[in-house]
Design a protein around this ligand. Structure first.
Ligand SMILES: [Mn+2]
Length: 330
């Protein structure tokens, strides 16, 4: 990558003027929200409120992850008739396909829509002029900050906290950031920190407060994991009876990616009438799990992705995914 060029390409004038001209705005992100989905929603909401806009926050949930639970009450999962009549501008965050924003989206999908996202794969469902899609960005929150700059809104401490938390969850606290992403991202982080944020407090917010039972549930998943394809792939299972409170994926991936010789970690999640695959690849393994996921109609990035295969039985998942990965890891 050309080092002189910014990681974040310019935002179209029509996107900025559309926001400026809209008095009421509805914000949505993907269902089963993660930190980036919720914190980009909250950060953008703050920015728009500073501009005097009426802002509605929507998300179908569920708010399972510890770091987003406390914000659930700020989000609505249904759209009132009044809001439908108001026809707010829709801004969709962190979604690469039109099924990701969930059921609330169906109610407002005929409204004028802006999409801000950093996913590389997926089926585009947006108007190019009114979208800001930057796959090289480590999080959607950093793109929201670019929009803030283009709107000439000053950064306050609370907004900076949200934007930084989305970045930290999507990069596993700097773990998944590439050398191409680092310089421009760190410039942004320095402006966030300059508002008075303490990185260690944010680290604690993301990592502390687990219940011992949850940590033990993660340990159980790791205990059952196994190496295949000469140790290049580790497969783990999140069974239907998994009882941990939060989604265990992040802890499972970070532990198993530390194993010597591993290139890809697969988490096979047993769901009602479906199997969900989560993929994480080692940076230096040159395996693009984003491509693999999009082959399975899923989405994600080169190093982190996921896909759901409907109707698949749990016992078929492992041979299926091993046959897919066999050619990729060699
Ligand atoms: Mn994201």
């Amino acid at each position: 990558m050309d080092r002189k060029r910014s990681l974040f390409h310019p935002i179209s004038d029509s996107l900025i003027s559309t926001i400026k001209e809209s008095s009421s705005i509805a914000i949505m992100a993907h269902v089963n929200p993660d930190g980036d989905a919720i914190f980009s929603s909250l950060g953008l909401a703050n920015i728009l409120k500073t501009m005097g806009k009426k802002v509605y926050l929507f998300n179908d949930g569920p708010f399972k992850r510890k770091e987003i639970m406390e914000y659930e009450s700020l989000f609505s999962s249904s759209v009132s008739e009044e809001i439908k009549r108001e026809k707010p501008l829709l801004i969709i965050l962190d979604c690469s396909t039109d099924d990701r924003p969930g059921l609330v989206y169906q109610e407002l999908k005929s409204n004028k829509t802006i999409v801000i996202d950093h996913h590389a794969s997926g089926k585009p469902f947006y108007e190019k002029e009114l979208s800001y899609i930057v796959p090289s960005s480590p999080s959607t929150t950093l793109l929201v900050d670019e929009v803030r700059i283009a709107l000439s809104v000053e950064l306050d401490k609370e907004t900076a906290k949200y934007l930084m938390l989305g970045f930290l969850t999507d990069t596993g606290f700097f773990h998944f950031i590439s050398e191409e992403q680092a310089p421009d991202s760190f410039k942004k982080i320095s402006t966030f920190v300059a508002t008075g944020l303490n990185p260690y407090e944010l680290y604690d917010k993301l990592h502390d407060g687990r219940r011992l039972e949850d940590v033990k549930s993660v340990a159980k998943i790791i205990e059952e994991s196994k190496a295949v394809l000469s140790g290049q792939v580790i497969i783990a299972y999140e069974r239907k009876d998994y009882a941990g409170l939060e989604r265990p994926g992040d802890s499972v991936y970070s532990n198993l990616l530390e194993v010597e010789g591993v290139k890809v970690v697969v988490l096979i999640k047993e769901r009602e009438d479906a199997v969900e695959f989560g993929f994480r690849a080692k940076r230096d393994a040159s395996v693009d799990v984003g491509k693999l996921a999009s082959e399975l109609s899923g989405g994600g990035h080169k190093l982190a992705s996921g896909a759901t295969v409907k109707g698949m039985k749990i016992e078929d998942a492992e041979p299926f995914i091993i046959s897919k990965l066999k050619t990729l890891v060699n």
